[in-house]
Design a protein around this ligand. Structure first.
Ligand code: SF4
Length: 277
């Protein structure tokens, strides 16, 4: 896919958490606008940032070149308030999408975050490139609570190719999650959104993830399924004879199944509006 890349100066980098993020996170942090992974189910496609854009989702990425400087200014002000700062990176992009290899905005942010840590940082990604920053992540975990949440929507590559053809393969994500886990980082497998998987999926995640996060297209799109419907997800499931996987109570069934393999404490399930994937 051809992606138009532009450099921008963002006014701010930390956005106060509202709505679905207001569950312990105080801020979201998006190093980019747009996302080259272009997942078909991505709810950001239905948000104003994309709806008023002249290019399709996936075909544009804005690099926030001043992200690290902004972060340092903003966190210093927040720290004066003596309130917890819990950051979710990222809610409307992927911090390790293809352009990050060259642009190193996320890497620059991590360097700044090591110097000015929040209380908690969750890095949400499906980009194996995160492995490049292992040196920084190891330093960072000594400074604040750190959770690396890798999106693993399914264990089936054929299913991934239908729903997220431009995103990295599942196997490579699993290998990276294993490496991060083995390096002593706290990891989460984010099954978000749940896509059709094989019965062996829980075993595939064993020993790689400290936590399992479950949410679905019906409850995790920030609008109780309305955005997923507008994105044509029910039709895409039907066309691929997968309709039995598009059910409102899918999260309950998946939770029950995973609890046969993992302790209750390890599993967290989106009940209604949820964290972004
Ligand atoms: S779901 Fe995440 S990785 Fe996929 S296009 Fe949206 S922001 Fe990018």
């Amino acid at each position: 896919m051809n992606t138009q890349v532009k450099e921008t100066n963002a006014k701010k980098i930390l956005t106060e958490a509202k709505g679905y993020l207001d569950v312990g996170f105080t801020h979201s942090l998006n190093p980019y606008s747009g996302c080259g992974f272009s997942c078909l189910y991505c709810y950001v496609r239905e948000m104003p940032i994309q709806r008023f854009k002249d290019l399709p989702w996936g075909e544009w990425v804005d690099i926030k070149t001043n992200a690290a400087d902004n972060y340092i200014n903003e966190i210093q002000k927040l720290r004066k308030k003596s309130k917890p700062v819990n950051i979710f990176m990222s809610s409307a992009t992927d911090p390790y999408q293809p352009i990050e290899r060259k642009a190193e905005i996320t890497r620059g942010l991590l360097e700044a975050i090591i110097d000015y840590p929040p209380d908690f940082l969750q890095i949400q990604t499906r980009g194996p490139l995160i492995k490049r920053d292992l040196d920084l992540l190891i330093k960072l975990k000594e400074k604040c609570k750190l959770l690396i949440s890798m999106t693993i929507e399914t264990d089936r590559e054929d299913i991934k190719r239908i729903f997220a053809p431009y995103a990295p393969g599942i196997k490579i994500r699993l290998n990276v999650m294993q490496e991060l886990h083995d390096a002593g980082l706290e990891t989460q497998a984010s099954i978000s959104p749940v896509l059709p998987f094989t019965p062996d999926f829980p075993n595939v995640l064993k020993g790689k993830a400290d936590h399992i996060w479950i949410d679905t297209l019906s409850i995790g799109d920030g609008s109780m399924g309305k955005r997923s419907a507008r994105l044509g997800m029910p039709k895409l499931f039907q066309e691929n004879n997968l309709e039995k996987w598009y059910q409102k109570d899918l999260h309950i069934k998946v939770e029950k199944y995973f609890k046969k393999y993992f302790s209750d404490e390890m599993i967290r399930v989106s009940k209604e509006e949820a964290f972004p994937r």
